[in-house]
Design a binder for this molecule. Structure first.
Ligand SMILES: N[C@@H](CCC(=O)N[C@@H](CS)C(=O)NCC(=O)O)C(=O)O
Length: 222
């Protein structure tokens, strides 16, 4: 069945899905969604009422939630099978690090970025300070995990790496890690070399001007 991905090129969770699709060589039709357009929202909402992307549409199956979407790809597409290791313990590690990326980096990141988009009077400085502290507490976990490893949670590139790139890309801008976390910085550079990641970043480039922290973005990405 033909796959359609509902996404936006600036959205970090959509990057996670796109990296999995590109890296596995899975053919799909991209359908860009502008949440500011009532028509686009209606299309996405009809598929997935919470109206969040990414959403993958495959015949009569609708796969929201980036992690589940990638697990579905790993089940259905031979080229994507390696994104989730078959062996039970290795699989647990991959799923653990996927959760850490989403819960402990992306969650605080959404708080920091969302706050910047609010009116001054509606901002939440304490919540943002807590979110920044949460990101800084998470980086050393990565540093420890990455010692002696190429990829985050398994021998090969996995779901965990698909989750890590978007989270780290944006947290490195809004709340940079200390330079002494050398494993983490080296891992980020390895991720940036991955062709699927380069493709996603290339497609996002025209949209970076709308990222509220664009002024802090390194020139190499612009
Ligand atoms: N847990 C979801 C999170 C998806 C998510 O938060 N997507 C954001 C864009 S990065 C979104 O759709 N935001 C619009 C909204 O929440 O109204 C996943 O993993 O796919």
């Amino acid at each position: 069945m033909a796959l359609t991905l509902y996404y936006h090129p600036l959205s970090s969770y959509c990057w996670k899905a796109l990296i999995a699709l590109y890296d596995s060589g899975t053919p799909f039709t991209p359908r860009q969604v502008n949440l500011g357009s009532a028509d686009d929202r209606a299309v996405l909402q009809a598929l997935w009422p919470p109206c969040r992307f990414p959403v993958l549409h495959d015949g009569d199956r609708v796969m929201p939630e980036s992690t589940i979407l990638i697990e579905y790809l790993a089940q259905q597409q031979a080229g994507a099978a390696g994104l989730l290791p078959a062996e039970a313990d290795a699989r647990l590690q991959v799923r653990l690090w996927d959760r850490i990326c989403d819960n402990d980096l992306q969650g605080p990141l959404q708080k920091i970025v969302g706050d910047r988009l609010r009116q001054e009077a509606e901002r939440d400085p304490k919540g943002v300070a807590d979110a920044r502290a949460a990101v800084q507490r998470t980086y050393p976990l990565f540093e420890r995990q990455l010692a002696g490893r190429t990829w985050l949670a398994s021998e090969g590139f996995s779901l965990a790496d698909c989750a890590a790139l978007p989270a780290l890309f944006y947290t490195f801008i809004v709340e940079p890690p200390p330079t002494e976390l050398v494993q983490l910085h080296a891992y980020f550079e390895r991720l940036l070399q991955r062709p699927a990641v380069q493709r996603v970043l290339q497609q996002a480039r025209p949209w970076f001007q709308y990222f509220p922290f664009v002024d802090a973005m390194p020139a190499r990405f612009l």
